[in-house]
Design a protein around this ligand. Sequence first.
Ligand SMILES: [Zn+2]
Length: 271
Amino acid sequence: MPELPEVETIRRALEPAIRGCRIRSLEVWQPRLRYPVPPELARIITGQRITELSRRAKYLIFHLEEQNWLLVHLGMSGRLHLTDMAEARGPHDHWEIRLSHRVLRMHDPRRFSLLLKGQGNPGLHPLLASLGPEPLAPGFGGPAWVQALRARKAPVKSLLLDGRLIAGVGNIYASEALFRAGIDPRRSGNRIGATRARILGTAIRLVLKEALEAGGSTLRDYRHPNGDPGSFRVRWRVYGREGEPCPDCGETIRRIRIGQRSSFFCPSCQH
Ligand SMILES: [Zn+2]
């Protein structure tokens, strides 16, 4: 599943290539995605210039003229692919935006991706309005965040996956950040001291930035938007390493279920 660093990697790679480009047309082959693609979308965006590509959590926002924007989420297996007009359409290609010389195409075997539209402030869209702070934004992890984390009784691992508390942190990064911070994933938010909560905030930024520098974590379904198979893979310290020795202490890494999600941790380093 594309996680925040992958989405940011896509944004950084795509923006210089598409900014300023005019949309010649939109072709939708499969409108039944996570939400139906609005039927009037092609009419609204055709002829408009892409002015900016921004990101909120794992959503990409294509800003157009006249305050129009497109909201794209990659879902479980979506891949945005900037390609030549001539490239044949594959069975899981659901839509494409035609620019002057290239097309931006969505490939998504599981169809949990979305393509929606809006006008005005995208932050007010129902899917974005309740999102918590961006972990990569300057100042993340300050007193307000520490207080919000410590006000909750749920296991901290579940809290990190709650988009209202922090935007866009997925399962891998939650496990890795808790390992770096030395915090047991089962610990209640309200039983984490303020200092440890601040350390956790820093650890979250650290693991996301490391993944970003490596170009996204490159899981099975992910490709760089230029079409190259992902060539860089972050070496996780605990995620996916059940039964292996902890890289810090040698204790066996365990996997448990918290809130229906796998959590990997070292019982000796995390408490
Ligand atoms: Zn350990």
